[in-house]
Ligand binder design. Structure first.
Ligand code: C2E
Ligand code: CA
Ligand code: CA
Ligand code: CA
Length: 273
């Protein structure tokens, strides 16, 4: 009886009720966001650690809510996932990102697109990628998909062939936020991926606690023939430490914050990258 009392009290928690109203509001708002022209992509450069050249831009979604203003993707992406809207939004992001990339002055620069696990699980990703490439005219080799480790914990049997197929087409697969899931390093060897992106929490921690973890990740990646990108690089010191240890690409505020689509060409020209 005591436990029941507790759970009932929780159900009527005004904070929780607020939370639910909030989610409902965001969920409804998301339904009109594409139609209402409220989404934009911003692009953050990914830099070759050896040459300093820009090799790709990561597309990051921004939502300008008509009443609330800017809502963080960390807030609205989970709502989109849980309300069955991520597939539609993911399609929009794919198409918009591919179109943007076709306008960049250097045709060797790729675009990376974040794709949610739930989008992969509904099964349309292959079609959605093919559609985005077809309507934009972007060569498949210029597109990379960013997915998280949890992908392969959900339904590896179904997702692995899908990623194999994308790779056969020439689309790269990048494992995002590496190290934050609970997969072992040896698990990496069996994944259909090309690049791992070391999570920014490791980059931050390394400054305090040393680079042993990052060195371990690099040595495994080297053995498996995987490229390594480090994200969240904010200081020259972090960058130097990462590059010295053989990280292939770097990304973070040190180089640039995410920039609006219209600013990409100027940024490339201004920085000479
Ligand atoms: P993520 O994919 O791990 O993206 C990296 C986040 O770190 C981005 O936040 C980026 O703006 C931020 N960041 C980049 N450099 C630095 C740095 O040097 N220091 C710090 N502190 N942060 C840095 P953002 O744009 O707010 O995105 C948050 C998350 O939302 C993303 O994490 C990704 O999981 C998700 N997301 C964003 N756009 C999309 C999208 O189009 N589709 C999906 N499914 N998820 C998206
Ligand atoms: Ca990402
Ligand atoms: Ca990440
Ligand atoms: Ca993240």
């Amino acid at each position: 009886a005591k436990r029941e009392g507790k759970s009932r009290a929780k159900r009527f928690d005004p904070v929780l009720a607020d939370d639910m109203a909030d989610r409902y509001d965001l969920e409804q708002g998301l339904r009109d966001a594409i139609k209402g022209d409220q989404f934009r992509l911003v692009f953050q450069p990914i830099i070759d650690a050896r040459t300093g050249a820009c090799t790709a831009f990561e597309a990051l979604l921004r939502w300008n809510h008509p009443v609330r203003g800017a809502v963080s993707p960390a807030t609205f992406i989970p709502v989109a996932e849980q309300s069955g809207q991520i597939e539609r939004i993911g399609r929009w992001v794919l198409e918009e990102a591919c179109r943007a990339a076709t306008g960049w002055p250097d045709p060797s620069i790729a675009v990376t697109v974040n794709i949610s696990v739930s989008h992969v699980l509904v099964g349309s990703l292959l079609d959605d990628v093919e559609h985005a490439l077809a309507v934009s005219g972007l060569p498949p080799s210029r597109l990379k998909i960013e997915i998280t480790e949890t992908m392969f914990l959900h339904d590896a049997d179904r997702s692995a062939p899908l990623f194999d197929r994308l790779r056969q087409m020439g689309v790269g697969i990048l494992l995002d936020d590496f190290g934050t899931g609970f997969s072992s390093l040896s698990f990496l060897g069996n994944l259909p991926i090309d690049v791992i992106k070391i999570d920014q929490s490791f980059v931050r921690d390394a400054g305090r606690n040393g680079y042993a973890t990052i060195e371990a990740i690099l040595s495994i990646a080297r053995a498996l023939g995987l490229q390594v990108t480090a994200e969240g690089v904010e200081t020259p010191e972090q960058n130097r430490n990462l590059v010295e240890r053989g990280v292939g690409s770097v990304q973070g505020y040190l180089f640039s914050r995410p920039i609006p689509a219209a600013g990409v060409t100027d940024w490339l020209r201004m920085t000479g990258r």
